[in-house]
Design a protein around this ligand. Structure first.
Ligand code: ADP
Ligand code: ZN
Ligand code: ZN
Length: 731
């Protein structure tokens, strides 16, 4: 095309009816300047709106009198990279969501809310450039600094000044001499996590082999590579080496972690290794900071981007690699908006568009991923050993029914009590996990069996000791615990089920000399709280860390020698096809927190169903055994990865919602979908949230349905309809 005259624009309105390309004229002064990927201001009805140019053409497709002009471009450059525009289009059709929404992911965050600029709070990072410098004889302070750096060639200026007992002035004079460099480490702001030491490691034989295998794939087929490595096998070091390679080729890498706040150590290791060329996209960044980071990445000033889910869209101009650490984690699934994407699939698609490499890593890969690897669609790298010949921890399973028979009414089994007793006379540490996945405590009348429910949601209320009130975890409704049962007026309202708060108070009662910290949704509500609690634990200010799933992830504390799991099997009976998989993953991951230092680890799992294969396999560190049993169950029922599930969820006022879901059902039948592959319509497992009724249809098919389902009928604007391809959570 020589001289494109018309621009196809997607207007930034989140509504199905206008989620299509509108043609606009490009005024003469912007001809040749406005390109595909440009953000523009356009007239739309009576309004002026932001839009995105997704195509240029020289033919007019609408009546000339209806043609309107682009008002102006909003940036000097097209800010949506061509490959990211392709990716947005793919997300739009694959996930049956709005293109305008997919495009939002590709834009600078918060850019619609003005251009707030806040200085990025940074820490100074010192790097030793000259390992054996000639120093003047009396420069003792300088010598001390160099000696400290010879041990650890890169560290925070504050730490260095402290260790070498000197001042920043010494650092500056060394910098002038060219012996060290001082740079800005744009690390996580609100959490003052020390940079972890980064000694030059010699790769183990397994790590070396893994790196070679991955490099070979990068030069050849570029299939996604799955690293299945037991906890503590040194997967992070492999990522770091591969990234170094990618950077040396002038390309960038994106590293995805389940949640930045939960993985401060992993994040720090990237900061330490790559210094100022790393951008950590943390939710604690202010909008201004995120905006600045985005542009830095766009300009190619960043080699490595570390972030959670949405960092998969970072606008790296010459992307070579995407790493997904802990690839099995549920946080990689987007559970909001019209596009319910999975980060793994988006990463694979993005890399396919640019011939990049995807690296997936986990000690407990998602069943889907391991299946792909065994099929040869992914490359498979196995790391069977922990580094430094450390052994995997010894795992005992305690049958809680026997404990009860022996007269133990406590939530702590005798073996766990003994282990904690021993711990209290040592300087070792313990992590206690309360597995409450798919389970919450509730208040029940012992006379009539009445359970207290939230007035807005079909969910039981939970009693919180902190404020002495009943809470709904879905709509945040709170109420005072009534003195009498609202149904029969008896006085015997009792709380059933255990919360982390209660575990903490029991531990404090039974072991008064153990300092106990708690990590869960309640204690981490405030910004930066995660980091503070983990930091306290890391520095040994407490001996025991009690928490929910949060304590199971990625933590690397060498002094933790005991891990206890209360109620390991509570999640097993949960009505979810992934109940066994999640239980196995959780137990294996939390067990992996134990014995990561020089001291051997011990794990005590309390269960009511100790012989369930998810528990036995976790006990024996037997991923493959678990995989084989679970995959045969999935095969026999035609569940993923053998067939795709699709969930259509409708929510809104009672009458309208039921009507819409029925219309959709009729529509699906009219498409020729076989009746036996359509489950429902039926009320969702939680039939009501925040007063909105919820109905669903489940589909089981061998093909993806995204494109087919992009035009679902919807007769009521009050009803929200969401298509979820490969749903992970179905409450
Ligand atoms: P994983 O992610 O596989 O659980 P990590 O990457 O966290 O394991 O590594 C566990 C620990 O082993 C880290 O403290 C890391 O510094 C250390 N480590 C990794 N590779 C080596 C090696 N080759 N030699 C010595 N220590 C290593
Ligand atoms: Zn509620
Ligand atoms: Zn009652």
């Amino acid at each position: 095309m020589d001289n494109p005259l018309y621009a196809g624009v997607i207007v930034d309105i989140r509504a199905e009816a206008v989620d299509r390309i509108f043609q606009y004229a490009i005024p003469p002064q912007f001809q040749g300047k406005i390109q595909v990927g440009h953000r523009v201001l356009v007239p739309f009805g009576p309004r002026k709106l932001e839009g995105y140019v997704v195509e240029l053409s020289s033919s007019l497709d609408i009546a000339p009198e209806r043609l309107r002009k682009i008002i102006k471009p909003l940036d000097s450059v097209p800010i949506i990279l061509p490959s990211l525009l392709e990716l947005a289009k793919w997300m739009h059709s694959h996930y049956a969501g709005l293109l305008s929404e997919a495009l939002q992911y590709m834009l600078p965050p918060g850019s619609r809310y003005g251009k707030e600029r806040v200085g990025v709070k940074t820490q100074q990072l010192v790097t030793l450039l000259e390992p054996h410098p000639q120093l003047r004889p009396h420069a003792t302070a300088q010598r001390r600094v160099v000696e400290v750096l010879q041990e650890k060639p890169r560290m925070l200026a504050s730490e260095l000044v402290h260790k070498a007992q000197t001042s920043h002035a010494t650092l500056h004079s060394l910098e002038k001499l060219g012996i060290i460099s001082i740079s800005i480490a744009t690390l996580e702001r609100t959490v003052d996590w020390e940079l972890v030491p980064d000694p030059p490691l010699t790769l183990t034989r397994e790590q070396t082999k893994a790196c070679q295998q991955i490099q070979k794939e990068i030069k050849g087929q570029k299939r996604p590579m799955l690293i299945h490595g037991v906890t503590g096998s040194g997967k992070t070091e492999i990522y770091l080496r591969i990234i170094e390679d990618i950077i040396s080729q002038g390309k960038q890498a994106i590293v995805l972690v389940p949640e930045i706040a939960l993985t401060p150590q992993t994040v720090s290791r990237f900061g330490t290794r790559f210094g100022e060329r790393v951008s950590v996209l943390h939710s604690a960044l202010s909008p201004g900071e995120r905006f600045d980071q985005w542009w830095k990445i766009y300009r190619g000033e960043v080699d490595v981007v570390v972030g959670a889910r949405s960092a998969v869209f970072a606008p790296t101009p010459n992307l070579g690699l995407i790493v997904l650490d802990e690839e099995h984690e549920g946080t990689y699934k987007q559970e909001e908006g019209s596009i319910r994407y999975h980060t793994r699939d988006v990463a694979i698609k993005r890399c396919a568009l640019i011939q990049g490499q995807v690296l997936l890593g986990s000690a407990t890969p998602a069943l889907e991923s391991y299946h792909q690897a065994l099929q040869g669609n992914y490359g498979l790298v196995e790391l069977a050993k922990r580094v430094e010949s450390r052994s995997l921890p010894q795992v005992e399973v305690v049958d809680m029914r026997e404990q009860f028979e022996q007269g133990n009414r406590s939530m702590l089994s005798y073996p766990l009590k003994e282990a904690l007793e021993k711990l209290s006379c040592s300087d070792e540490q313990a992590i206690i996990l309360l597995n409450r996945r798919g389970y919450s405590s509730f208040v029940l009348c012992r006379e009539c069996g009445h359970v207290l429910y939230c007035p807005n949601c079909q969910v039981s209320l939970t009693y919180h000791q902190g404020d002495g009130r009943l809470h709904c975890h879905y709509c945040f409704h709170k109420e005072i615990l009534p003195k009498r049962c609202p149904h029969c007026a008896s006085r015997y309202l009792r709380q059933f089920g255990v919360g982390t708060e209660q575990v903490q108070s029991v531990l404090r009662q039974e072991f008064p000399n153990l300092k106990v910290l708690r990590l869960d949704a309640d204690t981490t509500r405030r910004k930066g709280a995660h980091g503070r609690i983990l930091q306290e634990f890391a520095t040994g200010k407490a001996q025991v860390l009690v928490g929910t799933q949060m304590v199971a992830k990625g933590l690397d504390f060498p002094k933790v020698t005991l891990v206890g799991v209360l109620s390991a099997d509570l999640g097993l009976n949960f009505p979810d096809i992934r109940a066994a998989e999640r239980t196995f993953q959780l137990l294996t991951q939390v067990a992996g927190r134990s014995g990561r230092g020089d001291l051997p680890g011990r794990v005590i799992i309390q269960a009511y169903e100790p012989d369930h294969f998810a528990i036995r396999c976790a006990q024996n560190h037997d991923y493959l055994g678990f995989y084989r049993q679970e995959i045969s169950f999935r095969r026999s029922l035609g569940y993923p990865p053998f067939q795709h599930l699709t969930r259509i969820l409708c929510s809104g006022p009672q009458v309208e919602t039921e009507q819409v879901v029925r219309e959709i059902h009729q529509y699906l039948l009219s498409l020729g979908l076989a009746k036996e592959n359509i489950y429902g319509p039926s009320p969702a497992p939680i039939g009501r949230i925040q007063g909105r009724y919820r109905w669903q249809i489940l589909l089981k098919t061998s093909d993806y349905l995204g494109e087919v389902l992009s035009n679902l009928p919807q007769s009521s604007a009050d009803v929200q309809v969401v298509v979820d391809i490969d749903p992970l959570f179905m409450l």
